[in-house]
Design a protein around this ligand. Sequence first.
Ligand code: ADP
Ligand code: ADP
Length: 227
Amino acid sequence: MIRIDSVTKRYPDGTVAVDRLSLEIPDRAITVLVGPSGCGKTTTLRMINRMVEPSEGMITIDGVDTRKQPVNTLRRGMGYVIQNAGLFQHRTILDNIATVPRLLGTGKAEARDRARELMGRVGLDAALAKRYPYQLSGGQQQRVGVARALAADPPVLLMDEPFSAVDPVVRKGLQDELLRIQDELGKTIVFVTHDIDEAVKLGTMVAVLRTGGKLAQFAPPAELLSR
Ligand code: ADP
Ligand code: ADP
């Protein structure tokens, strides 16, 4: 379990992005961080993989302080998906995904097999393997982003507005795919969105943040107040 324990983030310019936030993020479930722009969602997500360091408080994983592990080890256990997928533009789709197992020491043929399997898992046609990112739609690129994040088989996926840049129909497909992946693979997912409908659809637990980086509610979707 990821435990955020009374964490505050104050940026050097004095902005308090997150204010004494405590959350227990359950394993093998989707926890959604939702709230208006600027309420500290991205900052919270990035503190989990230490792209941002908390000013106060502590984050533990299965009881171990994240500061006690080498950051590379920590991040190997956490896939990270961002809004515009962040793909390597000059590599094929297959290589975008296969790069991750390659970096972890897997042989070329096996890494490509794994990449093909992951393409199927995220609903990408095998015929797209040899294309480059610019030849894919936004929704397809996001699927590649998810496949790449899964490529190291991390127990945790951190997702920052991964589906916000695609149109509503494609977004619904991506959401359904994520629910299916979660069901099949049992990943622990922390999912950031500003869209309450998306939060309610995807969240096993929903953390509602409000401006100033304070936690307003933390509950299963059915128990959220004043939706
Ligand atoms: P959200 O993801 O909910 O939109 P963020 O975590 O990105 O919120 O930002 C929370 C607050 O912290 C905002 O007021 C934002 O402007 C501020 N902020 C984010 N990153 C920085 C930074 N590097 N330096 C200063 N302020 C920042
Ligand atoms: P995202 O939603 O992906 O975080 P943003 O546009 O909010 O994208 O932020 C882009 C980058 O700028 C991030 O690295 C964030 O930390 C930084 N940033 C955001 N708000 C501020 C701010 N008020 N001052 C300085 N840096 C900021």
